[in-house]
Every structure is written in C-alpha cells, then in structure tokens.
Design a protein around this ligand. Structure first.
Ligand code: HPA
Length: 261
C-alpha cells in the first residue's frame, strides 16, 4: 500500500475519502498523529501529516522514527513524501517541482537509526542512492501523466531549521552542489531505507532560497503562502495518479490498479 507523508501546506489530503484513523503506538514514541486511512479516487492510501494535523511540530522535533515505524507496521510498502523546499538551482523558482535523486544531510541531534539499542549488531547500510529508484520512477510517471513540468533529479540539502538560512549558508549549500533546501528530508529517507520502505520525494519549491531571486533581501511569508495554495491544488492530480498505480495489494477493496484518468 502507498503512504503519503504531507509536509508544510499538506496537513489534509484534499479528495481523500477517509475510512478510519488509527493511533499507532511504537517503540519509539508517538508518531506525528494518527494515520489516516482512506481512498483517493477509489484507491487506498494512508496519509500522515509530518508536522501534525494542526501543523504544530517543527522539523527538528518530528518523531521520524515513530512515523516511519508506524507506516511499516501498517503494511505500507511505498512512501511518497511531499516536501516543500527553497529553490537554489535556477530552474526551481517558486511553484516548480522536482524529484530529487540525492541528499546532503546537514541536520544534527536527530534520531537517525532504528538500530541503536539492544544487542543489535552495528550495520552500515548502503545509501549511495538515497531514494528508492522504483518510487522515484512512479513519481516521475505521476507528474508526467498530470502534465506537470519538473526537475528530474537534483540534490536535496536537509537542514536543521526551524529558522530559514542566511545568504552565506545558501551560497555554501550551492557550492556543495545542492539544488534545493528543506528541513525534513533526513533522517526520514534513511529510516525508510533501514526498515525496507520504498521511499521517494516530490519536492515543491515554495520560495527562492535566501539571497536568490526575489529572496535577495528577505524571504517573504506571503510568497510561501500563495505558492503553497497554488501548488497543492496541482499536486492533487499527481497524488491521484500515484494512488492508482498497483502496489501489490490489489486484494484490498477499491484498488484494481486501474486509473480512472
Ligand atoms: N529553506 C529551508 N527549508 C525550506 C525553505 C527554505 O528556504 N522553503 C521551504 N522549506
């Protein structure tokens, strides 16, 4: 089954007809909220608002382990993260979309592994390509079918937040090769890899990163707000396309793996 993790601007999934909500207890504490089960255009999905349904959990306090563990425990196989970012690359103006294929992790002090307690042997998992290629391809297909232009690939810089960056920090990220900057990509992507979920992200540029474009002097909350309103409507079609793909759970009611669009 497919899970959708919604970030800033996506605390509710428009068009989701909800069947039930479930509070999941995990060995790692509380997820960001109950998992919301439902149908998107007749196809089952699970939805989780990363920052809580009231958008009250800042990026550095999200319980990424509990979130990923809860999805895994509910037999989720694939995850798409909708991730708002600031655009660093010239093609990532506000309103533009990307399916990143690389990550640089600048976060600190977050719980980064499931394997750090008990007598578990130390593991060093491969993370050369941090996103699941199969889920990336599904995102690409979903975007193409929705007629959306997007950047195929790109380096996502995961920063600590919750503050936005200085211009010098963005200049450094650009020198490091980052194309976009967000606050929640890590450790989420790695935890998904560790637990065996096929995970990819659709990044949504909601502002030029600090010092770039119309953020040369400051990042305007109004720009972020209005871009979010515009883009989230467009994303609905993309998510519907993703939901109607087959995830190996055709026995579930409502999912014949057939897209109505
Ligand atoms: N920086 C970090 N995270 C973000 C930004 C940004 O400019 N925009 C949206 N998420």
């Amino acid at each position: 089954m497919l899970a959708i993790i919604g970030g800033t601007g996506l605390t509710k999934l428009p068009g989701l007809s909800i069947t039930h909500r479930q509070v999941i207890r995990t060995p790692y504490g509380e997820p960001s909220g109950p998992l919301t089960f439902g149908d998107l255009d007749g196809h089952p999905v699970v939805f989780l608002a990363r920052h809580g349904y009231g958008h009250t959990i800042p990026p550095h306090l999200v319980n990424y382990r509990a979130n990923i563990w809860a999805l895994h425990a509910q037999k989720v196989s694939h995850v798409v993260s909708v991730a708002t970012v600031g655009g660093i690359h010239g093609d990532l103006a506000p309103g533009c979309l990307a399916v990143p294929d690389q990550i640089i992790d600048y976060t600190h002090g977050r719980e980064t592994t499931f394997a750090d307690y008990g007598d578990k042997p130390v593991t060093h998992l491969d993370f050369t390509w941090p996103y699941c290629p199969e889920m990336r391809q599904r995102c690409i297909t979903g975007l193409e079918k929705a007629g959306e232009g997007f950047m195929d690939g790109g380096v996502y810089a995961s920063v600590q937040g919750p503050r936005l960056e200085t211009k010098a920090e963005i200049d450094r990220l650009a020198r490091d090769g980052a194309d976009m900057v967000g606050m929640t990509g890590m450790p989420e992507a790695y935890l998904a890899r560790e637990i065996g979920l096929c995970y990819a992200a659709v990044a949504v540029s909601v502002n030029w990163a600090a010092g770039r474009g119309d953020s040369a002097e400051e990042i305007s909350p109004e720009v972020i707000e209005s871009t979010l309103n515009d883009v989230m409507g467009r994303l609905h079609g993309v998510l519907k396309n993703l939901a109607c793909m087959s995830y190996g759970d055709e026995a579930l009611p409502g999912n014949g793996g057939v897209c109505s669009a």
